[in-house]
Design a protein around this ligand. Structure first.
Ligand SMILES: Cc1cc2nc3c(=O)[nH]c(=O)nc-3n(C[C@H](O)[C@H](O)[C@H](O)COP(=O)(O)OP(=O)(O)OC[C@H]3O[C@@H](n4cnc5c(N)ncnc54)[C@H](O)[C@@H]3O)c2cc1C
Length: 630
């Protein structure tokens, strides 16, 4: 993986060009490389050996505290010490001012080693980043800074038992805490009451405090909650109250663990149902036990969802990259297995053998061959390679766009923003679906052994299965893409993407061996544009969006075919981001990348036709299916 990462950085993404920007001027390719080296080492030493342990020794609640294995504490302590929580932040905040693309790649090593152990850190930096964007100076100083330092960890509390995909139905209430509620230096102070479901890292003893970021509604003058998302505000609700100097006051806030969820995978990250303000820990209330949990508003009333979604591009790219890394872990495990497990005979006798070729592969006088020599095993390995390396290219391309958005010229920044609108649903959902499929193939390569807990691949699949569910389910990503992203601003995002894809197909059309895939991709792009129009031809959302998920799949495959073709150009030395250092790749790896690209065009891209055909015709069978017919 590291070789591929370095290749993509230096020969495809032109990471060296970032060094010319003032924000990254103190860095060099060497400092970028040493961050990657350090993270790779810590992940290998402190995370990977305990990945299985964190799965088998699930978090346990004794009624007072949640217990995690000591190895989880040690892994997170090592992560905190690495400084990675604040890696992208300003130097004044203890950060390293790393570009997003380097930060994400460095964190990818942790996801690959143990995605569940890494979960606490990802949530904490996401939470603190949000406060940096929307918090007051004191909220940043007290909460974000201590999260970046790893003194406190953070959560994101959006979901409720009755409000998952539909956050407009959030029912947690926040009422002003006294007449002077606006005078609190930590922010307008409220009392919150409600239940939050599925909260990752919602309870543990890893840090002395937990900073919950909670979505809740402030009732109107009639005492009723404002319907829809407009009524949602955002609050900091610390588990233990703190003062302006960020010292714990010793007061336990009324946030109580109602129970732990027992999950299919990702078991090392606690997952909780939290009760806010139900009186389990009455706080600053005298005899009134259920006044509510104390929370400090972030941003304006009613602006909570916007604040929360501000960080979504990065969070969703991060989820996609996590899915890629789980795919990679399975790919590497199944590759090792396929190289060492002897099973079956070759179809053809060796060329030195004069006997006629039987074609049966059943000549028992021949020695067994390693699995990797069978064409069907190579098919499954190539599929995994195409999904995982393609997914890595997608994630890093999007992370590089985030850098462009924040530090590029005004024109480049605007373009990056437009592209990210359409690519973010793909960055999240494509790896979640196809790198999960890679995990399934990794199990298949192992045969029966893959289905046991003696090999790691079943855990990879279980861990990865989450990614199509959280951070916006697969279905919701499809609705967002076809219902909003490709039609907003007159379809500007799709048009810009089409321009970039066409630039690649034109360049590839001139290169030997790439002209045919270039043609194929140009055709698929045209079909995608036509299907987008056809889906909306009647202007009826119900008709257009009934096939939003096949649309998402087709769109994703077109994007991945484009990225693979572009990477193939770079492999052959026709990239437009040549690095000042390093040879391209050793010949076998070059051949491997080109084979994975050809695999994608031969086996995957043709699926686009089937997906788009139901989109084009606005196929109504699902939409019109009578509920009683099931
Ligand atoms: C392990 C885990 C960790 C999580 N961590 C967190 C966390 O830290 N913080 C947090 O706030 N949340 C967290 N979540 C919650 C997660 O974001 C939700 O599970 C997710 O948003 C889906 O909500 P739901 O489970 O209520 O499913 P539902 O919203 O009920 O969806 C069920 C199915 O219906 C589909 N569906 C729903 N609405 C529509 C529609 N309008 N049109 C078409 N299809 C629809 C969905 O796509 C899905 O397939 C976590 C969940 C899990 C499982």
């Amino acid at each position: 993986m590291r070789q591929t990462l370095d290749f993509l950085f230096h020969h495809w993404l032109g990471v060296h060009t970032l060094l010319q920007r003032p924000r990254f001027a103190d860095h060099s390719l060497e400092t970028f490389g040493s961050v990657l080296d350090t993270c790779q080492r810590i992940a290998a030493d402190k995370f990977a050996p305990f990945n299985r342990l964190s799965d088998t020794q699930e978090p346990h609640f004794d009624g007072h505290k949640v217990h995690l294995p000591p190895e989880t504490h040690a892994a997170l302590a090592a992560y905190v010490q690495s400084g990675m929580l604040a890696a992208a932040q300003d130097y004044e905040l203890g950060g390293m001012q790393l570009p997003c693309v380097i930060e994400m790649a460095a964190n990818a090593f942790f996801s690959k080693a143990s995605v569940a152990l890494g979960g606490y850190a990802m949530l904490t930096s996401g939470n603190a980043n949000l406060l940096m964007a929307h918090g007051t100076p004191l909220q940043r100083e007290v909460f974000a800074k201590n999260e970046f330092a790893g003194r406190w960890f953070g959560t994101m509390c959006l979901s409720e038992p009755q409000a998952g995909s539909s956050l407009s139905d959030v029912a947690t209430r926040a009422v002003p805490d006294g007449a002077d509620f606006e005078a609190d230096p930590l922010g307008p102070r409220y009392r919150l009451r409600g239940n939050k479901m599925w909260i990752s890292a919602g309870e543990h003893e890893l840090t002395e405090n937990i900073v919950h970021l909670v979505l809740a509604k402030i009732p109107g003058p009639d005492g009723k909650l404002v319907p829809g998302t407009r009524g949602i505000s955002l609050f900091i609700v610390p588990k233990w109250l703190v003062n302006e100097q960020a010292e714990l006051t010793g007061e336990r806030n009324d946030v109580a663990l109602a129970g732990l969820n027992h999950k299919l995978g990702y078991r090392g990250t606690t997952n909780t149902l939290l009760n806010f303000g139900e009186g389990r820990f009455p706080v600053r209330g005298g005899s009134a036990s259920n006044l509510g949990a104390i929370g400090y508003r972030v941003g304006a009333p009613g602006d909570g969802l916007r604040c929360m979604f501000h960080m979504m591009n990065e969070a969703r790219i991060g989820v996609g990259l996590g899915a890629v890394m789980l795919g990679y872990a399975g790919y590497e495990a199944s590759l090792d297995y396929a190289r060492t497990r002897p099973q079956g005979r070759p179809m053809a006798a060796p060329s030195s053998d004069s006997r006629p070729i039987t074609g049966s592969g059943k000549d028992a006088t021949q020695p067994q061959v390693p699995l990797i020599q069978h064409a069907d095993i190579k098919r499954m390995l190539l599929a995994q390679k195409a999904y995982c390396e393609g997914g890595l290219a997608l994630s890093l391309y999007c992370a590089r766009l985030v850098d462009e958005l924040h530090t590029g010229s005004p024109a480049d920044s605007a373009e990056a923003g437009t592209l990210l609108e359409v690519l973010t649903p793909i960055a999240k959902s494509w790896p979640s679906e196809w790198c999960l499929e890679a995990n399934s193939l990794a199990i298949q390569v192992h045969g029966g052994y893959g289905y046991t807990r003696d090999f790691p691949v079943e855990q990879h699949w279980r861990d990865n299965r989450l990614n199509m569910i959280h951070e916006g389910t697969h279905g919701i990503q499809g609705l967002d893409l076809l219902g909003r992203k490709v039609v907003m601003n007159g379809g500007a995002g799709l048009k810009l993407l089409a321009t970039r894809i066409s630039s690649t197909t034109q360049r590839a059309g001139q290169v030997q061996g790439l002209a045919e895939p270039a043609n194929q991709l140009a055709g698929a792009l045209q079909a995608l544009g036509a299907a987008t129009k056809a889906a909306w031809a009647t202007g009826v959302p119900e008709e257009a969006l009934a096939n939003a998920t096949p649309y998402l799949q087709a769109f994703g495959h077109v994007v991945l075919a484009w990225l693979w073709l572009d990477v193939a150009l770079a492999v052959q030395g026709h990239g437009d981001a040549a690095a000042p250092v390093g040879a391209i790749l050793p010949a076998p790896q070059q051949q491997g990348k080109l084979a994975a690209m050809h695999y994608f065009f031969a086996y995957e891209l043709p699926k686009v036709d089937a997906w788009l055909s139901v989109v084009r015709s606005r196929e109504p069978v699902c939409r019109l299916m009578h509920e009683d017919g099931f």
